[in-house]
Design a binder for this molecule. Structure first.
Ligand code: GRF
Length: 213
């Protein structure tokens, strides 16, 4: 049985689209059971509807605090019994209770080679530092922002003179390949979260799998 997977978005949803396309092509054995947004105008909701995936939306502004919003989100998601949660441009920091509720079952993608550049403006920061390599990281979500165990990194060489926007475009294309791949590894049980660490093919993995593009 394919792993029941919820995808959480706030915006355009190009990563969501990569999941939809990979499942449709038969390259990814996940059942996309719901797409959730905290913004009713997120274009990703249209992508999901077009693909026939159930959608749900709860506005964070309708709740007095993070904890009550997160409780509402979890109750809503749990109607779909997801086994895996994919954060795909979901622009909300998760409360500890939410992370605990889905412990070891939430993935995020961050546009940097973590542990470099957690937080914002990652492309400009990589350029400013003169990095030779930049890319994106899929990791398990823990309470530490952008700090959970890393599963898979996609990296590319920074081109001389390229802008942050150009770099971002190239990194996004990498994300659309590595995120479905990493989710497939988790969904099939080849990658697990155990005791705060990633287990990849049976081995405790201090370092992620790296793909160079
Ligand atoms: C991605 O670049 C990802 O790294 C970050 O949010 C962005 C989402 O883009 N976490 P999209 O909505 O999937 O196009």
């Amino acid at each position: 049985m394919a792993c029941r997977t919820a995808i959480l978005i706030s915006g355009s949803g190009t990563n969501l689209q990569a999941f939809i396309d990979a499942v449709a092509a038969g390259d990814l054995d996940l059942e996309l059971c719901v797409v959730f947004s905290n913004r009713p105008d997120a274009f990703g909701l249209e992508r999901a509807e077009k693909a026939g995936i159930p959608t749900s939306c709860i506005r964070h502004g309708d709740y007095p605090d993070r904890e009550s919003f997160d409780r509402a989100v979890a109750a809503d998601l749990d109607r779909h019994a997801p086994e895996l949660l994919i954060l795909a441009g979901f622009m909300r920091i998760l409360s500890p209770a939410f992370v605990e509720h889905y412990a070891g079952r939430i993935l995020n993608i961050h546009p940097a080679l973590l542990p470099k550049y957690p937080g914002l403006d990652t492309h400009q920061r990589a350029l400013d530092a003169g990095d030779e390599w930049h890319g994106s990281t899929v990791h398990f979500v823990t309470e530490e922002l952008d700090g959970g165990p890393r599963i898979l990194q996609g990296r590319l060489r920074v081109n001389a003179g390229e802008s942050a926007d150009e770099l971002q475009t190239r990194v996004q294309a990498v994300e659309h390949r590595i995120y479905p791949e990493a989710a497939g590894l988790v969904g099939s049980g080849r990658v697990l979260f155990d005791d705060g660490e990633a287990i990849i093919d049976g081995k405790r993995a201090a370092d992620p799998v790296i793909r160079s593009y």
